[in-house]
Write a protein that binds this ligand. Sequence first.
Ligand SMILES: NC(=O)c1ccc[n+]([C@@H]2O[C@H](COP(=O)([O-])OP(=O)(O)OC[C@H]3O[C@@H](n4cnc5c(N)ncnc54)[C@H](OP(=O)(O)O)[C@@H]3O)[C@@H](O)[C@H]2O)c1
Length: 250
Amino acid sequence: MPTALITGATAGIGAAFVDALAARGYDLVLVARDGDRLRRQAPAGAEVLAADLASDAGCALVEARCAQGLDLLVNNAGMGMRSAFEHATAEQEEQLLRLNVRAVLRLTHAALAPMLARGSGAILNVSSVAGFSPGVRGATYSASKAWVTNFSESLDLQYRDRGVRCVAVCPGFTHTEFHARADIDMSKLPAKLWLTSEQVVAEAFKDLDRGRSVSIAGLQYKAIVAATRVLPPSLRRRASRIARSTLKSH
Ligand SMILES: NC(=O)c1ccc[n+]([C@@H]2O[C@H](COP(=O)([O-])OP(=O)(O)OC[C@H]3O[C@@H](n4cnc5c(N)ncnc54)[C@H](OP(=O)(O)O)[C@@H]3O)[C@@H](O)[C@H]2O)c1
């Protein structure tokens, strides 16, 4: 049986990855901080690792498991923040980077060596459409996701010929626990901008199979990202300012 490790496995997009991979017959290794919830929700036979990936010790525990060999690594756990950069503490901003960037780097590094030695494997890094343009709320979140997307595309470019694939999974607004955890009020977001976790995960597997290194679910987000990629920087900034005032007025 192939083995997959999923971080942030108890809620939202991570939980949808768990369901999809269980249905595909993978042996599962599931990671989140809340060990009771992990054990309660884990499919029979799944291995659970309760770990805070923003901490050195928690991340090291999961790295050690990645280094034992996996067929698929899903770096999904991530956090957002409601505060403007000036109102959050530097420690809060750093905490976000430790989870959204450092843990992705370290788990990928640990998982990659055995995948390359075997000549096969895949890494799905959950990024965000927010990484394609300047942040409309916090600055560190969108910057962290720009890093995840570029990092994933670079790995895919460099290791695909050696049998290891990497995809940046870039969701738009998705119904999960993410916004409630960050205390972000999304009640006024137009319904057509919402995705489901299942949509994001199904598109990620389709894009992995199609050989793409960036996965964007939903026609609305494919159009937005295509536009931001061709707009000159001045128009991209103007579009971000409009998005910012639209979200603020909601
Ligand atoms: N929802 C959206 O609109 C959206 C849009 C674009 C991108 N994304 C990205 O999608 C990914 C998944 O987000 P989601 O929306 O599914 O979030 P979610 O519903 O809040 O789920 C987060 C998961 O990550 C775990 N987690 C949180 N902090 C952790 C930590 N420090 N160490 C280990 N596990 C941790 C949580 O469990 P515990 O609390 O028990 O640790 C939970 O299982 C994130 O990378 C996010 O940036 C989400």
